[in-house]
Design a protein around this ligand. Structure first.
Ligand code: ADP
Length: 282
């Protein structure tokens, strides 16, 4: 049987140009979608690395927290005994100035140790926020009142500015504690300078920032600020920011530390907390 030959029509120059342009277009589209995919893969890789780092940090902190809590419990009882005997001594030595001064110094040091132990327990213990509907203005007022005394003692001037007031879900006691810790630090850094708390709503979240006119944060220590026991202060415990971080975390929020370099800023450090507004209960 003779095979049937199909005759292929010769390709015209116009057709060829059309095929070439379609081919170029498809290649271009493939190239750009490949680039987009490569970018997405790089972004996801970065995110995974960040999440892994965070996970590692959390498990390291959990182990450290357990150890610190155990030690704090052991220290607490004998410390209570020393505080009790020191106060008895102060009373018994009321008519002898010099030894009484010494007993008072012991009592003061014990008070400081007690604060450290309490900070350790607050840092290591479980933080379970008891959320309710709270008003931003009330939280800010309470935190500034709580921090007011310490700020006055350093000579810092505190200004609080709230945009439109708003209601959101939070544990008021925990949040006041976090904000006052930031205000204490800002006061320590500012000395006789200025501290400013700005609060309001931003992109459907609560944003609160604490700024100061202090020296700002050295780049070298920026990524260690929130580590427990990291301090550059002679009398610091290095637990303030670690506690703030845990409180903000427990509310599903974020905290970012930076230097306030804006032209109208205060020139020192700037800590910004962002919290979800949450579902209000009626
Ligand atoms: P502490 O106050 O006991 O040192 P924190 O955890 O609150 O513990 O702070 C850790 C460190 O972070 C401080 O010792 C200081 O070096 C730095 N820091 C915190 N707040 C500020 C601030 N407003 N300006 C400059 N440095 C700050």
């Amino acid at each position: 049987m003779t095979p049937q030959l199909t005759q292929i029509a010769p390709v015209e120059a116009d057709d060829l140009a059309g095929i070439m342009s379609a081919y170029t277009e498809v290649t271009e589209r493939l190239r750009s979608s490949h680039e987009r995919l490569a970018e997405e893969v790089a972004r996801l890789r970065g995110e995974l690395a960040r999440k892994n780092q965070e996970l590692e940090r959390r498990s390291r902190l959990a182990a450290l927290g357990q150890m610190a809590a155990g030690m704090a419990h052991e220290i607490r009882n004998p410390l209570g005994g020393i505080a009790l005997y020191a106060s008895l001594l102060v009373r018994q030595l009321s008519d002898r100035q010099e030894p009484r001064d010494m007993a008072e110094k012991i009592a003061k040091c014990v008070g400081r140790l007690d604060n450290i132990v309490n900070d350790i327990l607050a840092f290591a213990g479980e933080i379970k926020p008891r959320k309710r509907n709270v008003l931003l203005s009330a939280i800010v007022a309470e935190a500034s009142e709580l921090a007011g005394g310490r700020l006055e003692s350093t000579g810092a001037k505190l200004t609080c500015k709230i945009g439109r007031d708003l209601e959101f879900r939070a544990d008021p006691a925990l949040l006041v504690r976090a904000l006052s810790n930031l205000l204490f630090n800002a006061g320590d850094a500012a000395g006789e300078g200025n501290v400013c708390l700005l609060a309001g709503e931003r992109r459907r979240a609560v944003e609160i920032s604490v700024r100061d006119s202090g020296p700002g944060i050295d780049k070298k220590v920026m990524d260690r600020l929130f580590n427990p026991f990291f301090t550059t202060k002679d009398m610091g415990t290095g637990l303030g920011l670690a506690i703030v971080h845990r409180i903000v975390d427990s509310h599903g929020g974020k905290i970012v530390a930076a230097n306030d370099t804006a032209p109208e800023g205060l020139g020192g450090a700037k800590f910004t907390i962002t919290l979800p507004i949450g579902e209000l209960h009626t």
